[in-house]
Write a protein that binds this ligand. Structure first.
Ligand code: FEO
Length: 386
């Protein structure tokens, strides 16, 4: 087990998963993912969430090593998604006197996932309720839709620790040597991005607490400079751009749209754009493209016309942006079409359905390949974007 120090009486018993091909069957995780679980050793011994079924045995042996024969009194269920809740039944059967702590929505979901009667062992908590464990007292705050409706976070009052469920989580195993921000941002926008208002509600609750440490369900325990992480979450959940710069996302069939997109990136750099990022939607990680779209204040979408509409990977990208509540950005269009270019019109229709999108013109239309007249229009657009 990765040695993660929290406090003398609160221990990490989670697991790293470096062999999963796709997290949630859609996200590449080059450095794996951690399923965090914690144990509070007190008069009442309490486990904070279980882990994914893929790592059940390792997690149980982590628990046993810490328990050295003692029983578990409570299991707090912050979130019913199977990457955290898969082992509820197993733990409940292993410790028949253990009580389960959750809210009304948690207990409505448990029988959906398990053949387990918890009617005489459930502790149903509501907003602000407390549970005394001895020296520690847990206080529960509901965090609906961060990221499922039953999600709640737990504040431990004595050591001032917030168990934040998926909030403040990050892709990457705990032993991965990587910065927090990039993979936390990719995680945030792809997994929780749709629920900015609900994240804001949670941040407002958190602001009333004296928090010394954040223990999320994925990624590192945050112990210092908590203001940095909270500020990032505030920016992200308000859908404010984090960086001034242009992200170019292109969908190219034979490389001509790609060539124009890359040329456009060069132009922006030459004209002094603060940041320029570019992604090939056919080949690059879609989740990272979504992240980059939210990160920057300007987006250029460049697509080939295909079957009278959009090349499918562009269609997919825009569907992701729409689903994640993309808003408050400046967007410009580049399209390609050898006989009837339609891509810009189709892309524009999607953005017109989003909030606070400012369209930057002119539209760049490429007829098969970039020519002098196309470059002139690109220059004009680049001027407006820097
Ligand atoms: Fe990590 Fe929403 O589960």
């Amino acid at each position: 087990m990765k040695d993660v120090t929290i406090t003398d009486s609160i221990l990490y018993v989670g697991v790293d998963d470096r062999t999963i091909d796709l997290f949630e069957s859609q996200y590449v995780v080059p450095n794996g993912i951690s399923y965090n679980s914690y144990i509070i050793l007190d008069e009442k011994i309490t486990v904070m969430d279980t882990v994914d079924a893929r790592k059940a045995d390792e997690w149980i042996s982590n628990l046993e090593a810490v328990l050295v024969g003692r029983q578990v009194d409570y299991l707090v269920v912050s979130h019913m998604e199977p990457d955290h809740a898969a082992n509820i039944q197993r733990l409940a059967q292993k410790y028949p006197n253990m009580k389960l702590v959750g809210n009304a929505k948690t207990f409505a979901m448990i029988p959906q996932f398990f053949d387990l009667d918890v009617s005489n062992r459930s502790v149903v908590v509501k907003e602000g309720d407390t549970l005394n464990l001895g020296k520690h007292t847990l206080q529960f705050f509901m965090a609906p839709m961060v990221h499922w409706p039953e999600v709640m976070v737990t504040y431990e009052q004595t050591e001032k620790i917030l168990f934040s469920a998926d909030g403040f989580g990050k892709f990457g195993a705990l032993d991965a040597e990587e910065a927090w921000t990039c993979e936390a941002r990719r995680y945030y926008f792809n997994i929780v991005g749709k629920y900015g208002a609900q994240v804001q509600a949670l941040l407002n609750k958190a602001a009333t607490l004296d928090i010394q440490m954040i223990c999320p369900l994925h990624g590192p325990i945050l112990k210092e400079d908590l203001g940095y992480y909270i500020e990032k979450y505030d920016i992200w959940s308000k859908y404010e751009p984090e960086d001034e710069g242009v992200f170019i996302a292109y969908a190219s069939i034979h490389g001509n749209t790609a060539k124009a997109a890359k040329k456009f990136a060069e132009m922006l750099e030459e004209k002094g754009a603060k940041r320029v990022a570019i992604a090939d939607l056919s080949r690059d990680d879609m989740a990272e493209a979504v992240e980059d779209a939210f990160r920057h204040d300007k987006l250029v979408v460049a697509s080939s016309t295909y079957d009278g509409g959009l090349f499918p990977c562009m269609e997919d990208f825009l569907a992701h942006l729409r689903a994640k509540n993309y808003q408050k950005r400046t967007v410009a269009f580049m399209e390609n079409g050898s006989w009837a270019p339609m891509a810009a019109k189709k892309m524009k229709e999607v953005f017109e359905g989003m909030k606070d999108i400012s369209i930057c013109e002119p539209v760049v239309t490429i007829k098969s390949t970039m020519k002098e007249d196309t470059i002139k229009v690109m220059e004009e657009l680049a001027e407006k974007l820097v």
